[in-house]
Write a protein that binds this ligand. Structure first.
Ligand SMILES: *Cc1c(COP(=O)(O)O)cnc(C)c1O
Length: 390
């Protein structure tokens, strides 16, 4: 048995796909200490720079004083606290939907929504570049699982029109996690309304970043009908919100269905109340400190301009996820390692996370970056391009 495992491990290593974990010795920040060395990091999803914010640290301490550390039980037994409840109401209000439900992770939230809304005899239609958690949940649901080419709404419409499934669910990343592009949510919702389908929007990378107040992708477009009964909105709280967890917001009957039937809701210990307490502070920073979103837009523009003539193209993205398309696995690994030798961390993203031949460096920007940081990254990339071509 072990021989079989080692063979599989060696095979992954030989394919240039072996994963190794970095070990941070301090807080998650754009200047990070890792294994005794100091790095400038472009790899976290802490887009607003809140993960180590003093106000959040203070709120976490106060939350622990008030609620203790462990929540002790699932929400359905006795783990549900005032802190969870207050946060759920604040989140629902913030995104403009009737009710919200907290989860410990986005992975579990996606499991909950998909397996509770559809099952055998139903059908799921999913963008081919969706996050792995959405695909895993689709398989677990036992519904028919059809994937359409990335952003191809013509194909999606054909699938919807041809389907005779009783329940239909369209599932999409709102901001694609490895590409940074944004799904056409207005058109997707219109299709769902026309064909009687649910729309699950996974806004893990849009919440806090998009929309005037950071209230997410559903507030980033005119004409989007947040109150459509077809809409199920999901966002995570460990990325721009800087803490941990996730929530689903939708019509009350959908949320009640999750509370009653979702196994990844009922059969797991509630996330610590101190985190929910901390997230209230996070939420007010997201709303009040618009400068963080404005700063991101500036840095995105700066990066695009400074990498304009580089041999590797940036993929088209208006979000803090700015992937540099390299192509080969080895070349991407090599470039990431060369940056790391020069004190800059940018992860190489390889298959199966992205399609074969589309390995990339996933540059992620944070409001905590300075213009000098982006300049340093861009100059180093230009230097490396020269070294590699000579
Ligand atoms: C990160 C992510 C998730 C998972 O959220 P966690 O809270 O980290 O489990 C789900 N969907 C997308 C698109 C993500 O990027």
């Amino acid at each position: 048995m072990l021989t079989h495992l080692s063979a599989k491990l060696r095979e992954r290593e030989n394919a240039g796909l072996y994963r190794r974990r970095l070990m941070l010795e301090g807080p998650q920040m754009v200047h990070a200490a890792i294994e005794g060395k100091h790095y400038l990091a472009f790899c976290s999803n802490d887009y607003l720079g809140l993960a180590s914010h003093p106000a959040l640290i203070e709120a976490a301490c106060a939350g622990a004083q008030r609620y203790g550390v462990g929540s002790g039980a699932s929400h359905l037994i006795c783990g549900h606290s005032l802190a969870h409840h207050t946060l759920e109401e604040a989140l629902a209000h913030f995104v403009g939907l009737p009710q919200a439900l907290l989860f410990s992770t986005g992975y579990m939230a996606n499991m909950a929504v998909i397996t509770s809304l559809v099952g055998r005899g139903d059908a799921i239609f999913a963008d081919r570049l969706n996050h792995a958690s959405l695909n895993d949940a689709a398989l677990l649901s036992k519904a028919t699982f059809k994937r359409y080419p990335h952003l191809d709404l013509t194909r999606l419409e054909r699938y919807l029109a041809d389907s005779d499934a009783s329940g239909k669910l369209v599932v999409t990343d709102a901001v694609f996690s490895m590409d940074g592009d944004i799904a056409p949510v207005v058109e997707l919702l219109a299709l769902c309304e026309q064909y009687g389908a649910w729309l699950l929007l996974d806004d893990a990378h849009g919440f806090g970043v998009l929309g005037k107040n950071g209230n997410g992708v559903t507030h980033a477009f005119d004409k989007f009908n947040v109150r459509s009964p077809h809409l199920v909105y999901m966002a995570t709280l460990g990325k721009a919100a800087g803490v941990s967890g996730a929530f689903v917001a939708a019509q009350s009957d959908i949320i009640e269905t999750l509370i009653q039937f979702a196994r990844s809701y009922g059969y797991t210990t509630a996330t610590p109340a101190l985190l929910a307490h901390t997230l209230m502070t996070s939420l007010s920073l997201i709303k009040q400190e618009a400068w963080r979103r404005e700063k991101l837009i500036k840095l995105i523009t700066q990066l695009k301009t400074s990498l304009h003539s580089l041999r590797w193209p940036l993929m088209p993205s208006m979000t803090p996820i700015q992937p540099l398309l390299v192509g080969g696995n080895d070349e991407a690994m090599h470039l990431s390692a060369a940056l790391s030798d020069r004190g800059i961390l940018v992860p190489a993203i390889r298959p199966p996370t992205v399609p074969e031949g589309k390995a990339r460096l996933r540059i992620s920007l944070s409001a905590a970056h300075r213009e000098e940081d982006v300049e340093q990254l861009s100059e180093t990339l230009h230097d490396l391009a020269k070294i590699i071509s000579s």
